[in-house]
Design a protein around this ligand. Structure first.
Ligand code: SAM
Length: 251
């Protein structure tokens, strides 16, 4: 059987496509793309005319057998999304899961990924982090999601769209007002900007300069302070000790 290559493509700057990705996109017999019209521009830029077929969230499950039949007949296929690494908040998970279950050869080609680029330029701790994908759009669900992450000590990373960024900052003003936040906007593009500050400072900045709300965002939030958690734990320990003593347990 052939190989499924999972190929990362640029998140804005076409120079970020690796030579290996360009070679594989030219050599495979088909490219499964999230949006074939969108990816046609990338292929035209590269001078590649490999045939494409669409693979998006609405047809992914149905595409598995078709793509597998190509692999079984010895063809190799590349999977790409509109931008960045497939499967990272993009289609491809169902296909890769199914093909792996069937024992097919799957090769990921590393390259651009907005969350990794954002973290590498933000200056927040990166030894551990939690990627939360996109926060829910409904205010109540967004609040609940943030509540769930509130006590995490590692850096939190979210993807966000331009029309929700101010709402997300407002939610952070309420729920995590004292955290350091870094916004990475338009990575690898002409107006690439890193903004840092408290949720309130960033909210002000975006409201004052609407240009700063344009484009694509990665939101990074410093983790909860371990000291605060330590305090909570020692309060719990103190109370436990008091209860045990009052119950006459010898300590
Ligand atoms: N698969 C992509 C990746 O590897 O990063 C992510 C796809 S997801 C549908 C799109 C989201 O990724 C955007 O809403 C934004 O949060 C983030 N993103 C993508 N490109 C970006 C860029 N150039 N600058 C900042 N964020 C970006």
């Amino acid at each position: 059987p052939g190989t499924l290559y999972v190929v990362a493509t640029p998140i804005g700057n076409l120079e970020d496509l690796t030579p290996r990705a360009a070679r594989v996109l030219a050599e495979v017999s088909r490219i499964a793309a999230e949006d074939t019209r969108h990816s046609a521009r990338l292929l035209a830029h590269l001078g590649i005319n490999t045939p494409m077929l669409s693979l998006h969230e609405h047809n992914e499950a149905r595409r598995v057998d078709t793509l597998d039949s190509y692999l079984l007949s010895g063809e190799s296929i590349a999977l790409i999304s509109d931008a960045g690494t497939p499967l990272i908040c993009d289609p491809g998970f169902v296909l890769v899961r199914e093909l792996r279950l069937r024992g097919r050869h799957i090769v990921p080609l590393p390259g651009p990924c907005a969350l990794v680029s954002a973290l590498s330029g933000a200056g927040l701790p990166t030894d551990r982090f939690t990627f939360g994908g996109f926060l829910p759009s409904k205010p109540s669900a967004r609040r609940q999601a943030l509540e769930k992450w509130q006590t995490r000590e590692e850096t939190l990373v979210f993807y966000e769209s331009p029309h929700r960024i101010v709402h997300t900052l407002e939610a952070l003003c309420e729920q995590m007002p004292d955290r350091a936040v870094v916004l990475a906007r338009e990575l690898t593009k002409t107006y690439e900007t890193f903004l840092q500050g408290s949720p309130e400072e960033l909210r002000e900045q975006l409201l004052q300069d609407p240009n700063q709300s344009r484009g694509e965002f990665v939101v990074m939030i410093a983790g909860a302070s371990p000291v605060a958690r330590g305090d909570e734990q020692s309060i719990v320990a103190d109370e436990l000790l008091k209860t045990l003593l009052s119950e006459g347990v010898g300590v």
